[in-house]
Every structure is written in C-alpha cells, then in structure tokens.
Design a protein around this ligand. Structure first.
Ligand code: ADP
Ligand code: ZN
Length: 220
C-alpha cells in the first residue's frame, strides 16, 4: 500500500506519517530526512543539497527524482510505504506514477493535511527535532512536549531546532508550497484518491488521532 502525505511544511506530515508507517508495518520514507542525511555526509551531493535546503528552496527535480526512485526500488518497500515530502512537484508526481506502473502498483491515497499559514509559522517555531538518525522523533513545545526538557523521550538525545526552521526560511518554504506543491492537490483530486484532513491549532488534534482516522479511511 502506497500512501502519500501531502501538506505544507509544519502540518505534521512527518509525525503522522511515522505513526501510520508503524501501524501499517511499512517503511516511512521522508525526502527531507533523506536529504538531511546526505547533508551530514558533507560530500559533493550533500553540499549541493544543503544550499537548497538551508534557503528553503526545493532541491531540483532531476536530483530529487533520482534519489527517491533509488529508495523506492529497495526491497523493504515491496509491501508499500508512506511517502512523506515526495512528490512535491507535478513532474515528481508524474515520474512516481511511471515508476510505480513499471512496478505494477499505484498510489492508494494522497493525504492532504491542511492548516493556515499563520498557524504553520507558529507551529514550526515551536518544533524540536531529535537529530539521532535512527530516531528522528518530532516534538512541539506546545502540544507534544518531551518528558525531560529538551531531550528525546525515545532515545534521550538532546533535541535541536532544524537549521531551516527559522521564520525567513519557513516563509520561503510556504511560498514554494503555494506556488508549486499545492498543484498536487488537484493532481490527486483528479485521480480521485485525495483525502483531506482539516487542522487548526485551536483544536490541536493529537497526531495519533489523525493517524487513526487515516487508517480507518484506508480500510474502506
Ligand atoms: P518541511 O515539510 O517541513 O519543509 P522536509 O523535511 O519535508 O520539511 O523538507 C525539508 C527541505 O528538503 C525542503 O524545504 C526542501 O528544500 C527539501 N525537499 C524535501 N522534499 C523535497 C522534494 N520532494 N523536492 C524538492 N525538495 C525537497
Ligand atoms: Zn530520539
């Protein structure tokens, strides 16, 4: 089963995607995480990627598609996966379709998590991330606080603020989202596989409830 997590940065794609992957026992594939691990390597590709990511720009399609297609051909994805952050452009979505067709499978549902820009900026400002590559748990100082201040509940590592989680970069990422990635909502609506979950910071629905709702929907 292949599930795509759509939605602007800061809508909780990563957290919800993680939970869904656990429930469905399939891998959670986050393009942002893959890029951050390349950046850590500090090799040529990593340096190239870093320039885009740190400025809140999209990594070029050609490179993104190459990296993600490689990942999607690994055997652990045979039973499916949760795709978080990929595709983010129509070209990426089309090439994903072409790859899946070759593999005799298709996207089951594209989940669209929707939240207003102001609420997104507020959320990302309070986001803290576990930098441990084997963990990557995501926290929020308002509604998903770590039990011990500034340390990961799961592995104890000291939490960080992602380099690209500053207001200037967030605004740039939102602009990209509205100009480029939002087109994917129509793309998947036309295919009749879009499922939208409307969020707001007031109601602060916990991620596990949202994951449960999506899981129920997938059973239908
Ligand atoms: P967020 O959704 O909060 O922006 P991600 O971890 O998904 O965070 O992505 C971080 C950055 O990685 C993006 O701002 C962008 O630079 C790059 N990136 C991630 N996925 C893609 C993609 N599919 N295409 C191009 N760039 C991407
Ligand atoms: Zn951790």
């Amino acid at each position: 089963m292949i599930v795509i997590m759509l939605g602007a940065p800061g809508t909780g794609k990563g957290t919800v995607g993680n939970l869904l992957a656990e429930k469905l026992q399939i891998p959670h594939i986050s393009s942002g995480e893959i890029f951050r691990s390349y950046i850590k390597e500090e090799d040529e590709i990593g340096k190239q990627i870093r320039n885009y990511v740190s400025e809140g720009k999209l990594v070029p399609d050609e490179l993104t598609i190459k990296i993600l297609e490689k990942r999607l051909q690994e055997p652990d994805t045979e039973k499916g996966c949760i795709l978080d952050g990929y595709p983010r452009t129509v070209l990426q979505a089309e090439s994903l379709d072409a790859l899946l067709k070759k593999q005799n499978r298709s996207v089951k549902v594209a989940v669209n998590l929707s939240l207003s820009d102001d609420e997104i900026v507020e959320r990302i400002g309070k986001r803290r991330t576990c930098p441990n590559a084997d963990c990557r748990e995501i926290y929020n100082l308002d509604f998903r606080k770590p039990k011990i201040e500034n340390h990961c509940d799961k592995c104890g590592t000291e939490l960080i603020i992602r380099e690209d989680d500053n207001e200037v970069t967030i605004r740039k990422r939102l602009e990209n989202y509205h100009n480029i990635s939002e087109n994917l909502i129509d793309f998947y609506k036309h295919k009749d596989i879009l499922y939208t979950v409307k969020l707001n910071n007031e109601s602060n629905r916990v991620s596990s409830d949202i994951a449960k709702e999506i899981e129920e929907y997938l059973k239908k």
